[in-house]
Design a protein around this ligand. Structure first.
Ligand code: PGA
Length: 260
């Protein structure tokens, strides 16, 4: 796992944006895996700004989001469909027909989950999967003890995830209990993974992901199995790491190689 520690949240966001920017300019028809959550909002701001001011084009890009709440239609204000439209899709030139999220309002979420896997396969797989991490170590909505072999499916959300997401809903009761999420194995099949975490609230989960045992108890630790996983952190999210001096030596200031 390549651990890049940046001094501030802003520089961490820029570092993640640089990787996506570079990938999309080098291969305009890249298949991106996308993520939601508060951490990603400034990243989408940065990408939208580069689109407006620096010619970064997503016109040929395909995207697959990690997850969607079950029971929310795409036009529900708290759906991830809406989040993505507002945060990113409507601010860049991506072709809406090439953007994909699981359908939370599908008549049969099991069928929709399997169909989502097929769509990813038909697109040739995901080139670069963007990921956040939950305070409980989840990636996507793969909650602690989710199988490392899991595929896109229905997951029941933990109370801690519902509490973390309650801020977007009127009450805890109204916060969805279920989601369709890519599985851990689906995520691991992406050619590259890019996980972004900022803020001290993530420090414990980040330490368990990078330096803890490989365990379904911390689904993000499954990234230890991925040969091309990059983790971008700000200082605050890195505070739980035992070997941060080593990461700083290998990637000074979050640069890619010591000899850059
Ligand atoms: P956050 O969510 O960016 O809102 O903290 C991350 C996640 O739960 O994956």
């Amino acid at each position: 796992m390549k651990t890049l520690i940046l001094p501030t949240p802003e520089s961490a966001i820029k570092r993640a944006a640089d990787i996506i920017d570079h990938t999309v300019r080098a291969t305009p028809d890249t298949v991106l895996g996308l993520a939601t959550g508060g951490t990603m909002l400034p990243l989408y701001d940065e990408l939208a700004q580069r689109h407006r001011e620096d010619g970064l084009s997503f016109a040929a890009t395909t995207s697959f989001n990690l997850d969607e709440y079950i029971g929310l239609a795409p036009d529900h204000p708290c759906s991830y469909h809406r989040y993505m439209a507002e945060a990113f899709f409507e601010r860049v030139d991506i072709d809406p027909t090439r953007t994909h999220l699981p359908r939370g309002d599908a008549a049969d979420p099991h069928v929709a989950s399997n169909a989502y896997e097929t769509l990813i396969e038909e697109a040739g797989g995901i080139d670069l999967q963007l990921l956040g991490i939950g305070q409980n170590g989840h990636i996507g909505f793969n909650e602690p003890t989710a199988s490392i072999g899991s595929r896109t499916r229905i997951k029941t959300l933990t109370a801690s995830t519902r509490q973390a997401n309650q801020r977007y809903f009127a009450s805890f009761e109204e916060t969805p209990r279920y989601a369709i999420t890519m599985g851990v194995a689906t995520i691991l099949e992406s050619r590259k993974c890019l996980l972004l975490a900022t803020g001290e609230a993530k420090a414990d989960a980040v330490a368990r992901m990078i330096e803890g045992p490989l365990s379904a108890a911390c689904p993000a630790s499954a990234l230890q199995l991925h040969a091309r996983a990059t983790v971008i952190l700000d200082q605050a999210a890195a505070t739980g790491l035992k070997f941060s001096e080593y990461y700083e030596t290998v990637h000074p200031q979050g640069r890619d190689r010591v000899f850059d």
